[in-house]
Each structure stands twice: as C-alpha cells, then as structure tokens.
Design a protein around this ligand. Structure first.
Ligand SMILES: C[S@@+](CC[C@H](N)C(=O)[O-])C[C@H]1O[C@@H](n2cnc3c(N)ncnc32)[C@H](O)[C@@H]1O
Length: 275
C-alpha cells in the first residue's frame, strides 16, 4: 500500500485501495471469509457461504488446512530451518507462518508471495516494523521472475535450507500451466536440507469427489488431483513420515477423532526434504 493509502486507511477504516476490486470475488478473500476473517467483501462472503453450504463442513476443511500448515512450519523450524518462502500465502489470519517460525527462532525470515493485491495491502499493514518478514505481490506461475526479485533473492540465502510452502495453492493451477514443472523449478533453486510442504485437494475420498465441482468453481480456477498426481510434486524430495496423508493425520497434536470431522478428507498434505 502506498504511504498515502496507509494514511487514508487510518482515517477511514472503510477506505479500499484502488488496486482492490470489490466487484468480483477473489480466492484469497473467499478463503478468508470461510476462515471467519474480516478482510473480505459481500461478493466474497456470498461465495464462501455457498461453498460452506454445498460442502457441509462448516468451513472445517479450511481450518484443518491452516492447522496443517502450522504443524508443518513448527516441524521445519524445530529442525533448524530459519528461512521460509510461502507461496500463495493468503490473507494474514491467526498464526501465520512468520509468527509460528519466529516463536521458535526470532531470527527466522519469511517471504510471503501472493498474486492477490488484497494480500500485499493487508500484509504490509500487518508487517510494519517487522524487518524479518516481507510480502510480495507476484505470480507463482513465473518462478524465474519471482526467484530473481530482490525481495526474494536478496532477502533469503538460497545457499542455506529454506522451507518452501505451497499450502493450498497448486490446486489453483491448471494442468496446461504445467504445475509439476513450476514446482520443480522452485525445487532446483533450493539447497540440500530444504523442505517442501504442500497441501492439495485430492479426488481420493467420496467427500472430495462429491465436492470437487464446488471446490473449483467457488474457490476460483483450479483442479482436484489424484494422489499419484499430487505425489509427483514431491519428485526430488523425500517425504518425511507419515508421508502424504489427509490433513488431520499429519503429525496431529491430539489424537484424531474416529470418524474424523467433516472436511477432513478433502486435502492431502505432505512435507518432504531435499537430500
Ligand atoms: C486457498 S488460499 C490458501 C492460502 C494459504 N496458503 C493457506 O493455505 O492458508 C490460496 C491462495 O493462493 C493464491 N494464489 C492462487 N493462485 C496464485 C498464483 N498463480 N500466484 C500466487 N498466488 C496465487 C490466492 O490468491 C490465495 O491467497
């Protein structure tokens, strides 16, 4: 946000910067609405309400996705990872990557990237005065340009391990955009000892198959993929235990209920290490 926009936002909380289009829903803001956030507009809430009604999970899938991200960031930070590149990071909500990582290591550096201007506007406001975290407006589908940006290449040390986070973003990329090659390009830029964390809508469960049209239509462009397809995003990495599993089953903090709550079987999550 420009300084003048920041000043206006302080004077008038209803002020909307010109780069934010409130007439069409955005994936980031719909997801924020599903999570119960406040950085969304009527057009986003309408889609969020329709998605929650159709999925019948009360938004639980989105909350489980955030929780899986949190456990994975803790896992990586506990193993000495001090730098994170969070692509398709979404709007700031409770327990963001930098807060989790910096609670373990205050010196941890985090770069957030999202192609939705709402994210950079809110992110920059949240991060005022934080020198260890930056938010960048860019597109995951252009890895070379993104990796060359000074806020990325000049802020993270690619000679040292990095935690690459692709939480619920690759399913917004279409097959014709070759998401596998895009993820491989990021992998090739990482030093040995780096990690990839990824969550992705999977067609494996009856719950996910029933909801696949709703998921892709309501949350914007995207594709629900098979386990085998999702596994290929981890090529060149070694999945850590327990492997590629539905969200609640990745290193849960408390035992998972049996049967698991609605929304549990929508996305697979994996964390993998680059040898
Ligand atoms: C479902 S949200 C997930 C947010 C966050 N990663 C999480 O899991 O809580 C997907 C995010 O990916 C972003 N996104 C979608 N396509 C993108 C692209 N091509 N480049 C960058 N960000 C993208 C959206 O704007 C949105 O913020």
């Amino acid at each position: 946000m420009a300084d003048s926009d920041m000043a206006w936002a302080r004077l008038d909380p209803t002020y909307v910067p010109p780069e934010i289009d409130t007439s069409v829903p955005s994936v980031a803001r719909v997801y924020d609405a599903i999570l119960g956030g406040k950085d969304n507009f009527a057009v986003d809430r309408a889609v969020a309400d329709a998605a929650i009604a159709a999925m019948g999970d009360g938004g639980n899938g989105a909350r489980l996705n955030r929780a899986a991200l949190g456990r994975a960031v803790r896992y990586m930070a506990d193993r000495g990872v001090t730098q994170f590149l969070d692509l398709g990071s979404g709007l700031p909500t409770a327990q963001n990557t930098h807060q989790i990582a910096q609670a373990i290591n205050p010196a941890a550096r985090v770069v957030y990237v999202d192609n939705d201007p709402s994210v950079s506007v809110h992110g920059q406001a949240l991060l005022t005065g934080d020198d260890s975290t930056v938010v960048v407006l860019d597109d995951v589908r252009s890895p070379d340009a993104l990796l060359a940006r000074p806020e990325v290449a000049g802020f993270l040390d690619f000679g040292q391990p990095i935690g690459l986070i692709l939480n619920a973003v690759i399913h917004h990329l279409l097959d014709e955009e070759d998401p596998r090659a895009i993820v491989a390009r990021y992998r090739d830029a990482l030093a040995p000892g780096s990690y990839l964390q990824l969550t992705h809508f999977c067609d494996e469960s009856a719950e996910a198959r029933a909801n696949s049209e709703v998921l892709t239509r309501s949350l914007g462009r995207g594709q629900v993929r098979s386990r085998a397809e999702i596994e290929t995003f981890f090529d060149g990495f070694d999945l850590v235990a327990p492997g590629l599993v539905f969200l609640p089953y990745w290193r849960p903090d408390v035992p998972v209920e049996d049967p698991p709550p609605a929304g549990s079987m929508l996305m697979l999550v994996g964390v993998a290490k680059k040898a």
